[in-house]
Design a protein around this ligand. Structure first.
Ligand SMILES: [Zn+2]
Length: 493
């Protein structure tokens, strides 16, 4: 190197390397692609100068650093840990053979990682060697879970949830299966995944998160570049937002006024969500001799929105008697839908216990859940054709739903009949859905499939089986046993 030359005079090489790489998007190239680019392109830049000048070490290190960052995807704003670099640097033979590895020079990242490892080691309680090898099937017995092999203290709530997970007793060696937790049947679906990704917990969340922000009022259409003007088409004065459309626009205020709401009313003070919620829950009769406000209000909103669309798309002005239309629709809904349901639900069913056919045994099962999901119990009773007691059972399942409780109970009852070798069983379940799904051979639900498969398997092994629905009142004994089951405590094995 010429004596007069310094680092400064050669930094153009580093600039060129940087310039060359700046035109590439590192995260769009594969690792191999980035490696080829560095070898073929940036490594050749200093070659020309290097023919006659020995480059200073600092500059070479800088060029290496730029290349390395490009290769591993680090930028100024986000640093990536270069695992392979760390491995080659800190797991070298020289280091592994050193007496005191911590005294060797190392980077701050590595020092931090070493310290974290120590903290992690202190915070974690190690399993015994044989426990690390444990699999689910090692703690799952035919009669339930056996925790005696696990030294870890598992909280009671979690234990109860685990206990309620369905497993198969007739086919214990079936492999595990993946179940999508956000959907009732356990199958993956895009809708629930989207809600999960967006962080929506319930319907209200969905409405505020993605729903009402996308209603096609002027403000939204302009934001999406679908329209030039966001001025309300009906009053031609203010910005058309959804709250303006439904509540604050003079055209809408006119309709609300005709429905008996004064301009000075508190009605106009709330924000959109509160306004919708308050009015949809208001059971008072604001319009005399007409349906309650919580029924009239949604119809009013619907008609206002329809009126706006008719005006915008068809140039039809809003009818002057639109408030009559709203009341009429609300009354029609109340009489045809709500009252019809109320009349329909009052069916009187005569319920009494009946003796089974001669030679048959009766199995009555019931599941009981305190909350849904909550602590659930199962109970059942087996009687002969004279109504005499044969056997009964009552057990706690854990933390689950009432649907699961009914299934567990049925499975217990069937295995009881099977063990006692009865050949003609009349099964009475108080859950209609279970009766229905057992009659559907293609019903599938990943969550409960092990129990359903067990039930089907057991049913096929009993020569004569009849399954029917009964009303809980007809056999309060099974119901009582299930309730006892739900409050039972588990005894550790
Ligand atoms: Zn307006």
């Amino acid at each position: 190197m010429h004596r007069g030359a310094n680092n400064h005079g050669l930094t153009f090489i580093l600039d060129r390397v940087k310039q060359k790489l700046a035109g590439w998007k590192a995260n769009l190239l594969s690792l191999a692609g980035r490696a080829v680019l560095i070898q073929a392109s940036t490594s050749t830049i200093p070659a020309y100068v290097m023919q006659c000048t020995a480059l200073p070490e600092k500059l070479l290190n800088n060029i290496d650093r730029v290349n390395r960052n490009f290769l591993w995807g680090s930028t100024e704003t986000s640093k990536k840990t270069h695992c392979k670099v760390l491995r080659s640097k800190y797991y070298s033979q020289r280091r592994l053979g050193a007496k005191d590895r911590d005294k060797l020079p190392c980077s701050r990242t590595w020092k931090a990682m070493r310290m974290e490892t120590e903290v992690f080691k202190k915070g974690i309680r190690p399993f015994a060697v044989e426990e690390e090898q444990l699999q689910v099937r090692d703690v799952l017995r035919t009669d339930g879970w056996d925790w005696s092999d696990i030294s870890l203290q598992i909280p009671e709530v979690i234990l109860m949830e685990i206990r309620a997970i369905p497993y198969s007793i007739t086919a214990p060696n079936v492999g595990d299966r993946l179940v999508w937790n956000c959907e009732n049947k356990g199958d993956f679906d895009l809708k629930s995944a989207y809600n999960l990704a967006m962080g929506f917990k319930d319907e209200a969340d969905k409405f505020t998160g993605g729903g009402y922000g996308n209603i096609g009022v002027g403000e939204y259409l302009v934001r999406k570049c679908l329209k030039d003007s966001d001025v309300c088409p009906m009053c031609n004065r203010e910005l058309e937002t959804i709250i303006h459309r439904l509540k604050d626009c003079s055209a809408s205020r006119d309709i609300w006024f005709k429905m008996g709401i004064n301009p000075s009313n508190r009605f106009y003070e709330d924000n959109l969500l509160l306004w919708l919620e308050m009015n949809c829950k208001d059971g008072s009769h604001k319009v005399r001799h007409h349906p309650p406000w919580k029924i009239v209000f949604p119809f009013a909103i619907w008609c206002i929105w329809k009126g706006r669309n008719n005006f915008v798309f068809w140039n039809r002005s809003v009818q002057s008697n639109i408030h009559h239309d709203i009341i009429f629709r609300a009354s029609e809904f109340q009489h045809c839908i709500l009252n019809a349901n109320r009349l329909g639900s009052k069916t009187v069913v005569r319920v009494r216990w009946e003796t089974p056919q001669v030679g048959w045994v009766w199995l009555n099962t019931d599941g009981s859940a305190a909350g849904n999901p909550g602590r659930v119990g199962r109970g059942g009773i087996l009687q002969d054709d004279q109504g005499r007691w044969i056997a009964s059972f009552s057990r706690n399942i854990g933390l689950s739903t009432s649907f699961m409780a009914e299934l567990w109970t049925l499975c217990d009852g069937l295995s009881l009949c099977h063990n006692l070798n009865y050949s003609a069983v009349d099964i009475q379940i108080d859950a209609k859905t279970i009766v229905g799904l057992l009659s559907k051979p293609f019903y599938s639900n990943s969550f409960v499939m092990p129990i359903i498969d067990d039930c089907r398997q057991l049913i096929s092994q009993i020569p004569q089986v009849r399954i029917g629905h009964y009303y809980r009142e007809a056999n309060s004994c099974a119901d009582f046993l299930a309730k006892i089951g739900s409050v039972q405590t588990f005894w550790p094995k």
